[in-house]
Design a protein around this ligand. Structure first.
Ligand code: NAP
Length: 441
């Protein structure tokens, strides 16, 4: 059976792995729009978290399986259509993630100085589409809206001494800009309380342990309501209980001599971003929590507060993109599916299936479920064998595309590692697609 997997991030690779382990006689074409594989592992995971990137060694092994063919630099919707894939494969598994940012929908959101966290993350990770982005880091105060792990990553990159980033795989342009950064006060603002923050405790703890930086909790916001107490007492919610304990410890710290300071704010929703021609401040409404335990949502009071800042990152989650001929649920930004099946022959896995949640490993179980669903349909899909389908390689060549094979990617990979060695980095990412293609020959 011939299967196309679209997207070579974690969910894509885990889908390929599940197909190879299924016992089915299968050949997989793994299609990726960039010349480089690994998706969010390469372009999302923070450079100072190299352990999380080690999973790419597993992906590397999968890519080298003789029944797997990598097609980098081939974009679905641009270079090939869904019907091209369906004519050349028995099944298509979409694993293209959720790349779009969610919007606050308030005044001033697009003022210069206001950015999405997605853009900043992609920029410091050397994503080709964001290499020309620029961030004015000359202001003393920055605000990050959102209390999730992406906000924690952005905060850490702003708060860490640049020396601590020099030997990571952070993009060169980002390192140079961060070396000149004048950001000293970083405000991490959540719309709900300390019991509802979405950080994982490990990431939150790290924010309290950064060199030459102190993290504090603003105001009297660690008081818990009865619903919060119920939430924190629930065994399955032990991450939130751990985070709460960390917030309590942070609340007590306060070394005035630190170079940088992280301020955690709770129960504040952005109302507007203000400034004449560029960002000067954010106005927030103070919230109270309404609803029963685990259903508590933020409700605005009449009180507002302003935080002066010249830089803001909106870190309120990602959204998937619709594709022609594929159903799409606009509200959640996902492709509607049942256990991964969109319709017979078309499947989804990862963030485009369930929304932007979980850690890298969450995608393994997700892809296993999707492939189990595909296997349940197998008698309707691949009865006629590979010869019943037009050749995908033939189609790619007829369209005069320039796909990058896995061996060609390895040339780019070794050019990056060699370049990185010169400055003590694990790699110096090549951020230009043209340059990658030139190296790949
Ligand atoms: P997230 O965990 O869903 O956090 C989004 C944050 O934005 C929440 O605090 C949410 O508050 C807030 N928010 C949403 N809409 C808002 C609005 N209109 N106004 C104000 N605040 C709003 O999303 P994420 O940080 O983008 O992370 C995505 C996934 O990647 C998560 O599963 C995360 O754990 C994972 N990730 C993991 C790592 C790691 O393991 N190191 C690193 C990065 C990302 P509410 O709770 O009130 O909705």
């Amino acid at each position: 059976m011939l299967v196309a997997v679209v997207g070579s991030g974690p969910s894509g690779f885990y889908a390929v792995e599940a197909l190879l382990k299924s016992g089915l006689e299968v050949r997989v074409n793994l299609i990726e729009k960039l010349p480089a594989p690994f998706g969010l592992v390469r372009y999302g995971v923070a450079p100072d978290h190299p352990k999380l990137k080690q999973v790419s060694l597993v992906f590397h092994k999968i890519a080298q399986h003789p029944h797997v063919q990598f097609y980098g630099n081939v974009e679905l919707g641009q270079d090939v259509s869904l019907s091209d894939l369906q004519e050349t494969h028995h099944a298509v598994v979409l694993c293209y993630g959720a790349e779009r940012d969610r919007r606050l929908g308030i005044a001033g959101e697009d003022l210069p100085g206001s950015h999405t966290a997605t853009e900043f993350v992609a920029w410091y990770n050397g994503h080709p589409a964001y290499r020309d982005s620029s961030f004015d880091l000359s202001s003393r105060a920055a605000v990050i809206v959102g209390h999730g792990n992406v906000a924690a990553d952005v905060c850490r990159i702003l708060a860490k001494p640049v020396e601590a980033l020099r030997q990571t795989d952070i993009a060169k342009h980002a390192l140079e800009a961060l070396a000149e950064s004048r950001v000293r006060e970083i405000h991490l603002v959540g719309r709900r309380g300390p019991a509802q923050a979405k950080f994982t405790s490990k990431e939150l703890r790290e924010l309290g342990e950064l060199p030459d930086c102190v993290a504090t909790v603003e105001g009297d916001s660690l008081r818990l309501g009865p619903e919060d107490e119920t939430e924190l007492a629930e065994k399955t919610n032990d991450n939130a209980a751990k985070c709460y304990q960390i917030f309590k410890q942070l609340g007590r710290s306060g070394d005035g001599s630190a170079r940088r300071r992280i301020h955690f704010h709770f129960l504040l929703s952005p109302l507007s971003l203000n400034g004449k021609g560029r960002l000067e401040s954010l106005t927030f409404t103070r919230n109270s929590l309404v609803g029963s335990a685990f259903e508590q949502h933020a409700e605005a009071t009449k009180e507002t507060i302003d935080i002066a800042c010249g830089l803001c990152f909106r870190s309120i989650g990602y959204r998937g993109e619709p594709l022609p001929d594929v159903p799409f649920e606009e509200r959640r930004g996902v492709v509607p599916n049942e256990a991964g099946r969109v319709r017979q022959g078309l499947y989804v896995s990862g963030w485009i299936k369930r929304g932007p949640s979980g850690i890298i490993g969450t995608n393994r179980a997700d892809s296993v479920e999707t492939i189990a669903t595909l296997l349940g349909d197998v008698q309707h899909l691949g009865k006629d064998g590979a010869s019943s389908k037009a050749s995908f390689a033939g189609l790619v060549s007829a369209k005069r595309l320039h796909p990058i094979s896995y061996d060609q990617w390895r040339l780019i990979d070794s050019a990056e590692t060699q370049q990185g060695e010169k400055s003590g980095k694990p790699r110096e990412k090549i951020t230009s697609v043209d340059q990658m293609l030139a190296i790949a020959g």
